[in-house]
Write a protein that binds this ligand. Structure first.
Ligand code: XMP
Length: 515
């Protein structure tokens, strides 16, 4: 049976790839293309449905991103999401304006009219909004299907055609019945069959890597995180010890990290070399306070060290990286994206800092996969649970958790605080309940009193989040007792800190890391 296809036209939303991902989760093959691909290219794939993604543009601006209205003559069902909804409205003559109340985060959505998109979905449910424009006048031949308290046209439908649109994001897991809506669209409206699975990925990757690498050597910067470990394992399976793992001790790592990673690599039989580069990174980052510069510097120095190391390894031709989809999306670089696309949020070091002069060819076997997909592959490969469920740790390490300029003293303060957090998460049994937790050191000093003496010290922030895909996240609802313990221990045991804060913001509007 030939697989059914849904095409997503990408207007540059941070969530566009997630739409593709959710559709694949349902078991339907999805392809993501820039919004401006030709109609012929769309038709070539014989899609059973088209989704117009969200995006940061505004339809009423001169430089707005629009599509040809011929798409609506194809007789293929269409679903517009957020900006995609505004595009449909604009093309059909509706009116779009700046919202009076910008909506970011959860909203209660009320279905006003039953229809196939909302089949078997309760009249009231939670949806995820993230928009600054909204449809204020419905185009002719469309009818409203639902609203929220601050958005009176939150969903609409063409009266005769299969053209639907929603202002919220069904692809984000915070939309309670989002998957259900995408399922309704793809299966009930587009009549797709769930005939695609994420299978054979490992086998195919191993086959491709073997063929591609042949008798050359691959260098991999292993960070100890899940992504680089799964990457290492797949490449190791393909080419054995032609894979040369390099672990760079940047001095920006958590306590004891070097030993843990070295032992794990030895257990897996990986060939591993440790580079001690603490001083190198500290001197390169000295005086730098701009977050993007820190990221770029760490990325650049990583590559520099790899290149230097590769010159010592005969026949080294490839640099492997554990880049995954979310890194690619958030750095605005992907096969399907041109740079004008998604607004860059942060340069993730593994995609942001590569110089064009790099002599090694890049190999990123996981770059089309999301974190949970990487984890299932890791599980299948038998990677230890300890690695599978480790908290992610950013490439630029503690440098981006020290806000502003970094120095040895601040690194030591942060390492000690992170160690306390790790101990208490284990003591309280919270480690598995939280997706990621860490400490940020602020460059702000405030007055305190300890042992009758005035103190004037730095501030630490506890960040703990729950998330499924790290694209959106909510702060973890930790107990007051836990928060009190963390605060007491850090202030008492870490000299240099006299105040501890708890970050209670979601992503979006914040990101998980502070820089
Ligand atoms: P943000 O801060 O963008 O983080 O919400 C999302 C997730 O990505 C991790 N992160 C990184 N991972 N290299 C990485 O491999 C990086 O440069 C990087 N920056 C952020 C972050 O810890 C969170 O889990």
């Amino acid at each position: 049976m030939k697989k059914d296809i849904i095409i997503i036209l990408d207007f540059g939303s941070q969530y566009s790839h997630m739409i593709a991902r959710r559709i694949r989760d349902i078991g339907i093959y999805s392809l993501l293309y820039p919004y401006h691909i030709s109609i012929n290219r769309i038709l070539y794939n014989k899609p059973k449905g088209i989704i117009l993604s969200g995006g940061p543009s505004s339809v009423y601006r001169n430089d707005s991103l629009l599509i040809s209205d011929n798409i609506f003559q194809l007789d293929i069902p269409i679903l517009g999401i957020c900006y995609g909804m505004q595009v449909i409205s604009f093309i059909f003559g509706g009116q779009i304006n700046k919202s009076k109340n910008k909506e970011y985060g959860k909203s209660d959505f009320i279905i006003d009219k039953e229809n196939s998109l909302f089949y078997q979905i309760p009249k009231k449910s939670v949806v995820w909004m993230s928009h600054f424009d909204e449809v204020t006048h419905l185009p002719k031949q469309f009818q409203i299907m639902g609203h929220t308290s601050s958005c009176s046209i939150a969903a609409f439908k063409h009266v005769n055609k299969n053209i639907y649109a929603v202002q919220f994001h069904p692809e984000v897991k915070n939309t309670e019945f989002g998957i259900h809506m995408l399922k309704n669209f793809s299966m009930n409206i587009c009549k797709c069959h769930a005939n695609w699975r994420l299978n054979n990925f490992i086998k195919k990757s191993i086959y491709d890597i073997k063929k591609y690498v042949s008798n050359k050597k691959v260098i991999l910067g292993i960070s100890g995180g899940l992504d680089s470990f799964v990457t290492a394992y797949i490449i190791y399976k393909a080419i054995g010890n032609s894979l040369k793992c390099i672990f760079v001790d940047t001095g920006l790592l958590l306590n004891g990290e070097k030993k843990i990673i070295y032992n794990l690599c030895k257990k897996m039989n990986f060939s591993i070399k440790i580079i001690n580069a603490q001083h190198h990174f500290l001197s390169k980052l000295s005086g730098i306070s701009n977050p993007e510069m820190k990221r770029k510097i760490v990325g650049r120095e990583f590559v520099y060290l790899f290149q230097k190391e590769s010159e010592k390894i005969k026949n080294a031709k490839f640099l492997a990286q554990g880049t995954i989809y979310s890194d690619v999306i958030e750095s605005s670089i992907s096969d399907n994206h041109q740079n004008i696309f998604s607004h860059s949020i942060k340069s993730h070091h593994n995609v942001g800092g590569l110089p064009t002069s790099m002599k090694l060819k890049l190999m990123e076997p996981l770059k089309k996969l999301f974190k949970d997909e990487v984890r299932s592959i890791g599980q299948e490969l038998g990677i230890p649970k300890k690695i599978l469920y480790r908290y992610p740790f950013p490439g630029p390490g503690l440098s981006i958790r020290i806000i502003g300029k970094i120095n040895k003293k601040k690194i030591a303060i942060l390492k000690k605080s992170e160690h306390i957090l790790d101990q208490e998460l284990t003591n309280f049994g919270f480690k598995e309940n939280v997706s990621q937790a860490f400490i940020i050191l602020l460059p702000i000093k405030s007055v305190g009193v300890m042992g009758d003496k005035r103190t004037y010290e730095y501030t630490a922030v506890l960040r703990a989040v729950n998330t499924e895909d790290f694209m959106t996240a909510t702060f973890s609802k930790l107990s007051y007792e836990f928060l009190e313990t963390i605060s007491n221990r850090i202030v008492n045991e870490v000299s240099g800190i006299n105040r501890v804060l708890f970050d209670i913001t979601s992503k979006p509007p914040s990101t998980i890391e502070w820089e």
